[in-house]
Ligand binder design. Structure first.
Ligand code: ATP
Ligand code: MG
Length: 415
């Protein structure tokens, strides 16, 4: 047993010692049954948040309105949530109110799928009122209660179903699938952040393609906010299966936008609407435009120019995207090959050239101006491609010749 699990059981014990009930609940119980290492251990209890705050020295009121307090045990944080019931889903987003209840089963009954609606006490006894264990054995995703009602309450559950298919390779129960078909348009009201969080979990799953297939088969893309602005027609399975060849979320996002027919000039605004970070947006945009415009074979001059312009990481990502677009599995050895090409280049940036601006100005007897950047770029390309050595005298000579030849264009902007 690892430290985190031991600490979680200690949290249960401390709550019990104070006279309340406490259980591990939800995803962690499911993961333990699947022999997977839970990422985090959620805890539920009949103690009220104020009572939990009194039991532990250090707490954070993470989601106190919804009954969640973060407690620390051996410096590890755990979310402890009071048994609750959710009432009135008015906008398909979040429950409008929660009511604390005293029964564990009531709390379990609000949960989405049977495999997520189990609890486990500190001695390992599992509370499983909806047959979650059997469904895990049968590798089946089944709702707690009537799927139509559960998806009407919170449409995100349809996206979560797809995510769990991707993670565990389970099949959707027929009633779940039927309910998804008939209620697909409900997802249009969902907050985009919640959807993106599930899609990110699909990228990190074992078989993203399976989960994505569920979204396509049930025509959810065409109804999901932001995505529905693209052109999400049904794509054939082989295009979807290619997602399983990717292990980089930036490439997965880029390929997804490609299949959604997002125009190159729209990519950045779509990423922003998806609430992706600035860094992600810029990485996806670079991967997309290089991947879609990739010309030339690998291991030759164009590759070196791409590496110079975009750097190793973006170039490798764009290479993968280019292969996916041609329905080819990217070579896994290509990462190493590209890295070696990149590292063997005699210079990778202007800063690495054995020449500085002052020397060039003196040698050419010119005024500083935009011509310098162009000249340095020219020198960088020649050195990087191995066409001239990275030696000061040679760079001065080559640089002054270049500047003289291009004086019409490069000098015209001076003064
Ligand atoms: P992961 O291992 O990826 O965290 P998880 O099942 O723990 O998966 P969370 O989003 O962390 O997923 O949710 C924790 C638990 O809360 C779930 O196992 C489930 O019992 C319940 N839950 C989460 N989202 C919903 C929802 N939209 N509707 C009903 N129950 C939900
Ligand atoms: Mg979780």
């Amino acid at each position: 047993m690892n430290d985190k699990r031991r600490a979680a059981l200690r949290v249960l014990e401390r709550i019990e010692q104070a006279g309340y009930e406490a259980y591990l609940v939800g995803g962690c119980v499911r993961d333990l049954l699947l022999d997977l290492e839970p990422k985090d251990y959620d805890i539920c209890t009949n103690a009220l948040p104020e009572e939990i705050q009194q039991i532990f020295e250090r707490t954070l009121p993470t989601g106190i309105k919804h009954g969640t307090v973060t407690v620390f045990e051996q410096k590890i944080p755990f979310e402890v949530t009071t048994f609750r019931e959710e009432a009135e889903y008015t906008d398909y987003r979040r429950p409008t109110s929660v009511t604390f209840v005293s029964q564990l089963e009531t709390d379990l009954s609000r949960r989405d799928f049977t495999m997520n609606a189990m609890a486990q006490d500190r001695f390992g006894t599992i509370v499983d009122p909806f047959g979650g264990r059997k469904d895990i054995q049968d590798r089946r995703i089944r709702c707690v209660g009537d799927p139509r009602q559960r998806f009407s309450e919170d449409a995100l559950r349809m996206v979560r179903a797809a995510r769990f298919v991707a993670q565990f390779g389970f099949a959707l129960d027929e009633r779940v699938s039927e309910a998804m078909h008939s209620l697909k348009d409900r997802v249009q009201h969902l907050a985009i952040e919640r959807i993106v969080a599930e899609v990110e979990k699909i990228w990190g799953s074992r078989t993203p393609a399976r989960g994505l297939k569920v979204l396509w088969e049930h025509d959810l893309w065409a109804h999901l906010p932001v995505f529905k602005d693209g052109f999400w027609k049904r794509v054939s399975d082989q295009w979807i299966e290619a997602f399983d060849w990717v292990r980089d979320r930036i490439v997965s996002w880029s390929y997804l936008l490609y299949l959604g027919h997002i125009a190159e000039q729209e990519v950045r605004s779509v990423c922003r609407k998806l609430t992706l970070s600035k860094v992600d947006t810029s990485n996806i945009w670079n991967c997309y435009r290089l991947g879609l415009n990739w010309h030339g074979s690998i291991n030759e001059k164009p590759l070196k120019l791409y590496l110079l312009q975009y750097g190793f990481q973006t170039t490798y990502r764009a290479y993968q995207l280019m292969e996916l677009i041609h329905l080819r599995k990217p070579y896994s050895s290509m990462e190493q090959v590209m890295r070696e090409v990149w590292e063997s280049m005699p210079a990778r940036s202007i800063a690495e050239l054995s020449l500085d601006g002052k020397d060039l100005l003196q040698y050419t007897n010119r005024k500083a101006g935009p011509w310098m950047r162009e000249t340095f770029n020219h020198l960088l390309v020649r050195v990087a491609l191995g066409e001239i050595p990275n030696q000061k005298e040679i760079l001065l000579e080559e640089g002054s010749q270049f500047a003289a030849k291009h004086s019409n264009t490069v000098d015209s902007t001076i003064d």
